[in-house]
Design a protein around this ligand. Structure first.
Ligand SMILES: Nc1nc2[nH]c(O)nc2c(=O)[nH]1
Length: 444
């Protein structure tokens, strides 16, 4: 039996069904699960002192392109809208291989861990030079984060009216076969799973209708989730109207891309009808506020979606369009953006934190994660609020209103991944050196 007792936390924000908040309380972890929450708990195992700390569920990241940590702040893409930005970056990504995929993914995941993330999805939609989905799965396994990789794909190149260069697209039969391979090899549907694979054609402007439809059929056959980009900006809507004669929501519905097993990234431009469709069908949304600001895409109607009953989660998006991968900062940005569009009471700090934790778990169909309650997985973030940025705070809402933006401790499945603000499971200095070497190769 493996036990850890988190003791004397100033506040525990459980995000359980009653949204309980405890003061001066403890959390007992046993064998990867939460065994108890309360006062005066005891253990013969490890004890972690949490006085001066706020304890929350681990944050859940529902959209990323981890490989993009090797292309932060690329000059030609710094000030472009989505389509121009992609066209600048595709030729650089075309030079990646397995080592770039592994290293950039581990950098992105380590960055997420320090910002309180315990469960991340990833959308890897290009496979140049022998790269494979497992490059990222191994990176997450070594670090110890819970991981939902998705087998993305692009199949319609420039010569066929798509956006990506022909050299980066794959044959659709190969894509579907590789989806089957990675689901069979790596998907674990069990409670407490550390790896669940999804199927994720990149976007309506880079794959065919047939691939979208076949991907949905395959995902249902295999019992895995579906993910793609949808309605990200005005260019995206214009493409849909011109090429498909309908808006993205209609396109998604026609091809089997609505339902509780589907989540779409961005959805900045969903209209009222599409929002109702997503609410009715329990289709999820990964809201990526920083990326939407950086690419000038707009402000997603998150308040309207939540009020209509749409499941909304958070995503940092790839580091070529954020360019940070800090999930607690993303939650703050989500809160601030809704206030910009709808007023100061449009989203509270607690609601933003709920979206970042429980909301993410709901979108990824992980009822075993995203809350601190007996029987749930022990994915926990511990935030030291005794430092400079929090000094003078009256309420744990300060976590989003003030800071800190990094955890002191992080537990995934009861295993310590961060201690005293440092990753414990891998050599981060060596990882950064590897990333720098790969970057030099790409810039040469
Ligand atoms: N924010 C992003 N949007 C995208 N659309 C697409 O086809 N690829 C991307 C991407 O990498 N980031």
């Amino acid at each position: 039996m493996r036990e850890t007792l988190i003791r004397n936390a100033d506040h525990i924000l459980t995000m359980d069904d009653d949204r309980r908040e405890l003061r001066g309380a403890d959390v007992l972890i046993r064998d990867g699960q939460i065994a108890a929450i309360g006062h005066g708990l005891v253990t013969r195992g490890e004890v972690v002192e949490a006085r001066g700390c706020v304890v929350t569920p681990g944050l859940v990241n529902t959209h990323h392109h981890l490989y993009q940590t090797l292309t932060r702040a690329v000059p030609g893409g710094q000030d472009a809208l989505l389509f121009g930005w992609l066209k600048t970056l595709y030729p650089i990504w075309a030079r990646f291989g397995p080592e770039e995929m592994f290293t950039s993914a581990q950098i992105g995941l380590a960055e997420l861990a320090l910002s309180g993330c315990t469960l991340s999805s990833d959308h890897l939609y290009l496979y140049p030079n022998g790269a494979r989905l497992e490059d990222t799965i191994h990176a997450a396994g070594e670090l110890g984060l819970r991981f939902h990789p998705t087998r993305g794909a692009m199949s319609i190149g420039e010569s066929a009216g798509g956006l990506p260069p022909d050299s980066l697209v794959e044959h659709e039969a190969d894509i579907l076969n590789d989806c089957i391979r990675v689901v069979d090899a790596f998907h674990d549907a069990s409670d407490g799973s550390m790896c669940r694979v999804g199927i994720a054609p990149c976007s309506p402007f880079s794959v065919s209708r047939e691939l979208m439809r076949d991907a949905a059929l395959l995902a249902r056959d295999k019992g895995v989730m579906l993910h793609t980009h949808l309605a990200e900006n005005d260019e995206d809507i214009a493409y849909s109207l011109e090429k498909f004669g309908c808006r993205p929501g209609q396109y998604a519905e026609d091809l089997g891309w609505t339902g509780a097993d589907v989540w779409h990234a961005h959805c900045v431009k969903l209209d009222g009808q599409e929002i109702d469709l997503f609410a009715k069908t329990r289709t999820g949304v990964a809201h990526c506020p920083c990326s939407n600001c950086r690419l000038g895409s707009g402000i997603a109607p998150v308040r309207t979606m939540r009020d209509a009953g749409v499941k909304v989660a958070l995503g940092v998006d790839g580091s070529a369009s954020n360019d940070a991968g800090n999930l607690i900062a993303e939650a703050r940005q989500a809160m601030l953006l809704q206030r910009v569009s709808k007023g100061a009471d449009a989203m509270s700090a607690r609601e933003a934190l709920e979206i970042a934790t429980r909301g993410g778990a709901e979108v990824l169909n992980r009822p075993d994660c995203g809350q601190i309650a007996p029987g749930k997985r022990a994915d926990i973030a511990i935030w030291d609020v005794s430092g400079l940025e929090s000094a003078g705070s009256w309420d744990p809402a300060a976590l989003l209103l003030a800071g800190p933006m990094k955890v002191r401790y992080l537990y995934v499945e009861g295993r310590q991944i961060v201690r005293d603000g440092q990753i414990t499971t891998i050599d981060v200095e060596a990882l950064i050196a590897r990333q720098a070497r790969l970057l030099s190769g790409l810039m040469a």
